[in-house]
Design a protein around this ligand. Structure first.
Ligand SMILES: C[S@@+](CC[C@H](N)C(=O)[O-])C[C@H]1O[C@@H](n2cnc3c(N)ncnc32)[C@H](O)[C@@H]1O
Length: 207
């Protein structure tokens, strides 16, 4: 049977108890992980990126430096307000309240980067299926998906990080081109295929 997804109230309660409940703003562990995440991006610049589950915008701030446009969303109102404040000097970044995957960005344009960072383990099977399907549909051909997830078991999570990445590995239309693996987290880079996936050096014309 599918594990139940984490209810929306869980996140409101977390943010009612603390402005930065996961200590993203102060923990060196997360600063390093966010640095690794942007370091793994296979393109120097992105035209239009989507970051669901942005929390207080610590990763958003780093992504903003690599994107011409960035849409960051979160299910809870408090982190949306924090992220808006943090990115107030970055007019190319839009921050909205949105509950993915039932709600999803509208518009004809597809993204060339989607970032699922510490998000996939909150969904039941149907929710994660829809999240990955919408992610694939919304990525332009050759676009990048970066997924990063904590591996140890957490009571409030519907599944482990390894499970999320195992599922992503099997999604039609995605090919994994890089993996950073530690005891704490997995960081995978996927490309939307077709066209056939190319390495960073191939894309730069080095071979
Ligand atoms: C653990 S934090 C990760 C923050 C950020 N992505 C990072 O890696 O630093 C998860 C965030 O996802 C948000 N979230 C959870 N479920 C969501 C959903 N269905 N739609 C949008 N945001 C969601 C939570 O409110 C929380 O801010």
């Amino acid at each position: 049977m599918s594990p139940p997804g984490t209810p929306a109230e869980y996140f409101d309660d977390m943010y009612a108890g603390a402005e930065d409940p996961w200590s993203f703003e102060t923990r060196w562990y997360d600063r390093r992980k966010h640095d690794l995440t942007v370091a793994c991006l296979p393109r120097r610049r992105y035209r239009s990126a989507f970051e669901p589950g942005c929390s207080t915008g610590m990763l958003t701030r780093r992504l903003a430096q690599r994107c011409d446009r960035l849409l960051a969303v979160d299910i809870a109102a408090a982190p949306v307000a924090s992220t808006r404040q943090r990115l107030a000097d970055q007019p190319h970044v839009r921050v909205e309240r949105m509950r993915v995957p039932d709600e999803w960005p509208v518009g004809a344009d597809r993204f060339d980067l989607i970032v699922l960072s510490e998000l996939g383990y909150y969904f039941d099977d149907a929710g994660l299926d829809l999240l990955t399907a919408r992610t694939v549909d919304s990525l332009e051909p050759g676009g990048t998906l970066v997924a990063v997830h904590w591996r140890p078991a957490v009571a409030e999570h519907a599944r482990g990080g390894d499970d999320v990445h195992r599922l992503l590995d099997d999604v039609d239309g995605l090919v994994r081109t890089a993996r950073h693996e530690e005891a704490d987290f997995l960081l995978d880079v996927f490309l939307r295929v077709p066209p056939p996936a190319r390495s960073v050096a191939q894309a730069e014309g080095l071979w």
